[in-house]
Design a protein. Structure first.
Length: 83
């Protein structure tokens, strides 16, 4: 439960920075199995938290754009496929 609260208090940038640190540690291969599993679990929680924050930000942008009467957002992948 403490880790969950810790995740919720981190900004997107802080979560990403910690996730990059975890990946770096795991890539080095110096962690014991238990430590690697704990870091992997922490990384999954950070990734989920980051994805939730991105989704929340996207929703806020959509709402603001609708309020302004501007065009709808288009997924980035769709833009690339047209080129």
């Amino acid at each position: 439960m403490t880790s969950k609260k810790k995740n919720e208090n981190l900004s997107f940038e802080q979560s990403l920075q910690e996730l990059e640190s975890i990946v770096s540690q795991m890539e080095q291969g110096d962690l014991e199995l238990d430590q690697a599993l704990q870091q992997f679990e922490r990384g999954i929680m950070l990734a989920r938290n980051s994805q939730a924050k991105l989704s929340e930000a996207e929703q806020k942008v959509k709402i603001l754009m609708q309020q302004q009467g501007t065009q709808q957002l288009v997924d980035f992948e769709q833009d690339n496929q047209d080129e």
